[in-house]
Design a protein around this ligand. Sequence first.
Ligand SMILES: Cc1cc2nc3c(=O)[nH]c(=O)nc-3n(C[C@H](O)[C@H](O)[C@H](O)COP(=O)(O)OP(=O)(O)OC[C@H]3O[C@@H](n4cnc5c(N)ncnc54)[C@H](O)[C@@H]3O)c2cc1C
Length: 593
Amino acid sequence: MWPFTNYPAHKAQDIGQLSDPIFDFIIVGGGTAGCCLASRLSEDPNVSVLLIERGPVSNDWQAHVPVLSANIYRPGAPAAIFPMSPLTHANDRVVQAVIGEGLGGGSLINGQIYTRGIADYNKWKDMGRTNWGYDALEPYFVKSENALSQPPSSFRGKDGLWLNQTFPTPFFETQRRVAEAAKKLGIPHISDINSPHAPAVCLATVDLTITPSAHRHSTFEAFLPLKVAQTRKNLTLCTDTLVTGLKFSADANSGAESLKAIGVYFEDTHLNNLSQRFCASASREVILCAGAIGTPQILMLSGVGPKNHLLDLKLAVVKDLPGVGSYLKDHIGIPVSYEVPMHESVNCLKNSIPRALVEVAKYLLYGGGLLSIPVVPSTIYLRSSLLGESMEITETTPRDVDARNPDNIPDIEVMYFAHRANEGEHSALDRVGVFSLLTVVAQPKSFGSVRLASPDPHARAQIDLGYFSNPDDWVVARKAVRFALRLGQEVRTQGHPFKDLVVPESDDNASIDEFIRQNLRTTYHYTSTCRMAPEDDPRPGVVDDELKVHGINGLRVSDCSIFPDILSAHPMAGAVVVAEKCADLIKKAHGIH
Ligand SMILES: Cc1cc2nc3c(=O)[nH]c(=O)nc-3n(C[C@H](O)[C@H](O)[C@H](O)COP(=O)(O)OP(=O)(O)OC[C@H]3O[C@@H](n4cnc5c(N)ncnc54)[C@H](O)[C@@H]3O)c2cc1C
């Protein structure tokens, strides 16, 4: 499909001006999960599917080059970047939300890390979510992927549409040194981080959604390639189109029993003109795949959400669902950075024109070199309770590291990569060689919320990440930072140049806490804002175990918002598995093949 092809996507007016725009299914949000779901539902030519996406078809040459497409600040990047609420437990700092907007959603701009999480789903099962344990989901992981680097096995797919591969040979000597240091601290190296048989504490070069020719493989390219878009007459794709609300068959006074979603209202994303607001009908179901920020926003705009919040905004309450937008989770990221020689850092691309030209040539000639490298090639997972005083892993038994056991879910991740890891478009750190260890609180107890800033559907939602609203997270965060510092110390002990750049002033708790407050950042892993849980759960749920919205017929949610709790893993693979499973649930319910 690349480059310069005419991808057949319609605009809002094309659909809105049809005499009777009616489809069997309407999918709202063509992101990571939405592209997969649209592809699966439209496999049956007798089923008509409309997919509406707020962003564009983003298909320029940079969108395909791993290191460039992950630059969310490049001109034309399909990304929305906007400020979130001040973090009350972190000096009222304002950090920016980043969301992928375009066909492919987050998978267009993300770090391409494909991690499943194993015990996380067993935790969901223990929470009472029937058929959502790892064993029930494994077939969907296998179905969706083609794991190019992994040997054939019952748990890795070889025939799926979505490609991933791993890059086991380090691009930089520093990577190799950090891996050595981790081994010294008791972290075993493994070859497949997505194996259910791998230990829960480990270091691995991660699988990345990259093709053999070193192109990003977003879910847009995997599930809705040009051929599918051109040949499936039953699939209508509509981009640059904002869904502004849901249409129900009964109004707020008709009683919840008869409430059914029967369509969506939409308009051109770039207009805000009521006379250009259209409606399309769904004869079977509407499925929300607008992500952990977009999905609760659409529900609340439609009168489905916490009653008092809706009334404050003078919105008619269609269904009081207090869980909508209420339990936002995100991994808390805390970067630690070191100065390394320039040639050991991706920053050499920005600081040396000859080197940049050489790397462009390598990429064009054989798909290699720095442009082909993943943002994060390797990662470490561990559990804070296994760290001793000296920040080394204490002796473990096989039971302690059984990856299937929910008691063993890692609560710390340390990603390492050859550039800075703190936020922002420009930084003095870009002018020197930088290597970073991005420490992550992988099982935060803190949660925040997504609320409407205004009843205007074009306005960005108000996002409160709620970091450290649960003080237990400080204990894990401190250990994560101390572990990273110990790694750094170990690398220096090996005689490798590794100069402190972004590190705490000293090792006491007060210094580390202040360092965390000043440097913490989002990892963009927003989940759990429309949790799959009963309506009367202590943390009230929004959808049932078949992803149907409580109390509303004909409406499901299928994206990261339904996660009952955040995974310790990166969420993109989980989003696709939710979509794969949702497609099966829908096909079964409607007798579709
Ligand atoms: C910079 C960045 C790096 C990341 N790195 C990784 C990584 O390496 N590995 C990983 O696993 N995860 C990563 N993530 C997270 C991951 O990409 C997301 O968790 C995942 O893509 C979310 O999938 P989703 O389907 O739930 O939502 P999305 O992919 O966000 O899709 C939602 C879609 O809905 C559309 N939408 C929203 N509102 C509306 C509306 N009103 N009308 C119409 N359309 C609408 C949006 O435009 C979007 O395309 C990263 C995210 C970012 C932003």
